[in-house]
Design a protein around this ligand. Structure first.
Ligand code: ADP
Ligand code: MG
Length: 249
């Protein structure tokens, strides 16, 4: 590993996973700079979600490496990867509907390991401060005492992002965060991601090209488990290969 590559927060190299002989991710390499916001786009079945599954340790790689801040993630268990600073949000929001917004954030605070343990744990000033700060970032200051079950779909997505943020991950991975959101919610989510990248590196999978253009520093286009194209949004939009397999449809 040369000196220059050590500067990447995440270095994915030759990553491959095969499911019964089918390579869902096939010799994939890409690199993330610290504080970068990268968007992965590509047709359904391209292998995008599988890449996040591999990075967070949900799926084991068949070959290749995932280096994150000097650690080899392919050798680590899911909870160790979380502990190393990787937070991952799945497509559907999974908040605790019966708990308030405050409580959802509180139980996600790194000191509380289980729901019961975290609720029994005395609310100290640091926790309250963190919860209020995150609630403000995710536009939910006015909903702190509402049960999460009463939030809109978009607000639940923001809450789940907040539940990851409160754990201070270095890398935050989001799978289609604006799916099902209104235009206004999409705009606010773009704003939110811009704020988040002041302190975190973000890897997002998304289809909405307007949203991708609003947030991405760079875009990686996947097709059949491989990188088809990579660069600025303008660059990939003009790439004939990308138009043929993805944007033209
Ligand atoms: P995308 O997110 O780009 O739509 P996925 O990563 O979900 O694509 O899936 C890529 C391909 O890998 C698909 O053909 C999917 O059916 C297959 N696949 C994903 N996970 C598994 C798995 N655990 N077992 C078998 N096949 C899988
Ligand atoms: Mg997917």
């Amino acid at each position: 590993m040369n000196a220059q590559k050590e500067n990447f927060l995440l270095a994915v190299e030759g990553l491959t996973v095969s499911f019964d002989g089918f390579k869902a991710v096939d010799d994939l390499s890409f690199y993330l700079d610290p504080k970068e916001i990268r968007v992965i786009i590509g047709p359904n079945g391209a292998g995008k979600t599988t890449v996040l599954d591999l990075i967070c340790g949900k799926t084991r790689a068949t070959a290749g490496s995932i280096r994150f801040g000097g650690k080899e993630l392919t050798k680590m268990k899911e909870h160790q990867i979380v502990h190393a600073g990787v937070g991952r949000k799945f497509q559907n929001p999974s908040v605790f509907e019966d708990l308030t917004v405050f409580e959802n954030l509180e139980v996600s605070y790194p000191q509380g390991h289980t729901v019961m343990g975290a609720l029994a744990f005395k609310r100290d000033a640091a926790v309250i401060e963190a919860v209020e700060r995150i609630a403000d970032t995710i536009f939910l200051s006015d909903q702190l005492n509402e049960p999460a079950g009463l939030l809109s779909h978009g607000q639940k997505q923001w809450l789940e992002i907040g539940m990851l943020l409160i754990q201070k991950p270095d890398l935050l991975m989001l799978d289609e965060p604006v799916a099902g959101m209104s235009v206004a919610e999409r705009k606010k989510t773009a704003e939110l991601l811009r704020v988040i990248t002041r302190d975190h590196t973000v890897l997002v999978i998304e289809h909405d090209m307007q949203f991708v253009g609003d947030i991405a520093d760079r875009v990686t286009v996947m097709h059949q488990g491989k990188v088809l194209s990579e660069g600025s949004i303008e660059h990939v939009k003009k790439d004939p290969k990308v138009i043929e397999v993805y944007l033209g449809h």
